[in-house]
Design a protein around this ligand. Structure first.
Ligand code: TZP
Ligand code: MG
Length: 215
């Protein structure tokens, strides 16, 4: 699949082991893929490098089976080692240009942004997509102020690369985010923390489709 086709996702799922203690990451992510998740990110903020590598290898195999892109947060070296499809960076991580030098022209580089200046800088620097959030307060990323749906609306007006809204998004508030102009949605706890990740993914996709984004 081309990079352009990969970036045509509507529902982005991130793993966070702490959101499903006792349930292996691979099992939970397979449920999300059965439910239609279109891109997967491994975001392990607490494990050792060896643990991240082991999870990355397993998720690489799984995402190949379902033909969806696999992104790794924070570890460009593990992206290369496992032949993942891209890296996700934070504002405090290496610059996009450095990641591009390391990963080459074909891999996906995403970066979290919290305001329009950061979004426009990411676009100029050659990022493939940006995260826009946290839209709502969330325990998954504590200590980061919510940007509210007004930043989603600004991104919809001014950002030309794909952007994905993230942070505190649930089936109860996703319609507000879609109404503000988001076409791509990412949720962590609402999906991987639920008892039935496949069914929650299907519900998110229906809502995205109903708002006019094709699912
Ligand atoms: N970046 C901005 S908010 C967030 C990240 C990784 C966490 C989103 O998790 P949740 O559980 O969907 O609020
Ligand atoms: Mg980071």
């Amino acid at each position: 699949m081309s990079r352009e086709a990969w970036l045509d996702f509507r529902l982005y799922v991130i793993t966070a082991q702490s959101n499903h203690p006792g349930k292996p990451v691979v099992d939970v992510i397979e449920q999300t893929l059965i439910g239609g998740a279109q891109i997967v990110q491994l975001r392990n903020k607490t494990g050792t490098r060896a643990e991240v590598l082991e999870q990355a290898k397993a998720l690489r195999l799984l995402t190949r089976k379902y033909n969806v892109p696999f992104i790794i947060n924070d570890y460009p070296d593990i992206v290369i080692e496992t032949d993942a499809d891209g890296v996700h960076l934070g504002q405090e991580d290496m610059p996009v240009a450095e990641a591009r030098r390391l990963l080459g022209p074909d891999r996906i580089i995403g970066i979290s942004t919290h305001n329009l200046d950061q979004a426009l800088a990411a676009e100029r620097d050659g990022a493939d997509y940006i995260g826009v959030g946290p839209v709502f307060p969330t325990d998954t990323k504590p200590g980061r102020a919510a940007v509210t749906t007004s930043y989603v609306a600004e991104a919809a007006r001014h950002v030309s690369i794909p952007f994905v809204a993230i942070g505190g998004i649930t089936l109860d508030n996703v319609d507000l985010v879609l109404a503000a102009g988001a076409k791509r949605i990412c949720a962590v706890s609402a999906i991987v923390g639920s008892d039935d990740p496949a069914s929650v993914c299907r519900s998110f996709l229906r809502r995205i489709e109903a708002a006019g984004g094709k699912a």
